[in-house]
Design a protein around this ligand. Structure first.
Ligand code: SAH
Length: 330
């Protein structure tokens, strides 16, 4: 649906109608305007015709049932993937896409192989969250976190990503607290700078994956224009302005970036106030192998000994190719 058309349609309505419509859409989680009890029939019909809210998606559920992937078909027929991760503590994280495909072309990522198709519209971002909110409503649960770690580079679709977050955060909209959103970037400095100026308490994550520029450039072509030092300087400015923690994502790839020496080099960069490192198990996408659990354990120990804050993220939904970096919309 076109959110601008949606707003405009209410210009000729009584002032309170827009609020009623938003409440039905974002809070009651209706799937068709006919279900919007407060609205008059003729308006519901007009909304269904001009601003349809049905979401066309096919779902895939992992064996352990904790990861659910939705393959969403957009209005122009292109497909994107979005993933729901159900944690043991009843937290439900939706991992959303920000673009169709991705231009970053990181060597370890499945989305990169597709190349870049186009940016997602604001509604196309929101509908990924609504899809799973509707899904969870049926079992009495809610979406508790939204992470921009699906397909695409969110900072190359900055405006639409922020606009979608604002609507999802809005008390009259989906009403999810700002602290429950995270944006992950491959290191687009302009995006980090802009985010620092927003008055939004959302979380920033940066994909680092290597402790030095030589290796990072091999893994992530973007390192050519945005080398590590420049990215970290932008992060330091961001921290100065926002006083918020920043997460550095570090994939564990066997014999590529997981040695003791690399752990020590990484520690030198990462031992800093409000920095923390998140070690991610690499999901197989055709090349490379994941690091062994013992290697990851050792790597983590070294970082801890050196005084770096570090957490570990376990893979979810590998069997449905619904894990980090596996989203390809095929
Ligand atoms: N473009 C953004 C957000 C999308 S990728 C970014 O680069 O951060 C979200 C996260 O998944 C990133 O940290 C990315 O590096 C990671 N990722 C990509 N491929 C992966 C793989 N095969 N296994 C595990 N994580 C992967």
């Amino acid at each position: 649906m076109d959110l601008i058309k949606f707003q405009e349609l209410f210009k000729k309505q009584a002032g309170y109608r827009l609020g009623q419509a938003k409440k039905s859409l974002y809070q009651e989680l209706i799937q068709n305007w006919q279900e919007a009890k407060a609205l008059p029939l003729i308006l519901k019909e007009e909304l269904n015709e001009k601003c349809p809210i049905d979401i066309l998606a096919e779902t895939f559920i992992s064996k352990d049932k904790n990861t659910i992937k939705a393959l969403v078909t957009l209005e122009d027929g292109l497909k994107i993937e979005t993933v729901l991760i159900r944690h043991k503590d009843r937290r439900n994280t939706v991992c959303v896409s920000s673009q169709v495909g991705c231009a970053m072309n990181c060597s370890f990522c499945a989305t990169g192989k597709l190349g870049f198709k186009r940016n997602l519209e604001v509604w196309e971002i929101i509908e990924q969250v609504l899809f799973f909110a509707r899904y969870l409503k049926k079992i009495g649960e809610r979406v508790s976190n939204v992470v921009f770690m699906g397909m695409g580079e969110p900072f190359l679709n900055y405006q639409n990503v922020i606009e979608a977050i604002k609507i999802l955060n809005d008390e009259d909209g989906f009403n999810l607290g700002a602290r429950h959103f995270s944006i992950s970037t491959a290191g687009i400095i302009e995006g980090i700078e802009k985010l620092a100026k927003e008055k939004l308490q959302i979380n920033l994550a940066v994909s680092l994956h290597a402790p030095d520029d030589k290796l990072r450039l091999e893994l992530m072509p973007i390192n050519k224009s945005y080398p590590i030092r420049k990215v970290l300087n932008a992060v330091d400015d961001y921290i100065k302005k926002t006083r918020r923690r920043v997460m550095f994502e570090y994939l564990m790839i066997k014999d590529i970036n997981d040695s003791e020496k690399q752990a020590k080099t990484l520690a030198k960069l990462m031992k800093k106030y409000l920095y923390f490192v998140n070690l991610i198990s690499y999901n197989f996408t055709g090349i490379f192998e994941p690091s062994s659990p013992s290697r990851i354990k050792r790597f983590k120990e070294i970082l801890e000994q050196e005084g770096v804050a570090v957490t570990q993220r376990h893979g979810f939904g590998q069997d449905i190719e619904g894990a980090c970096g596996q989203l390809a919309g095929k």
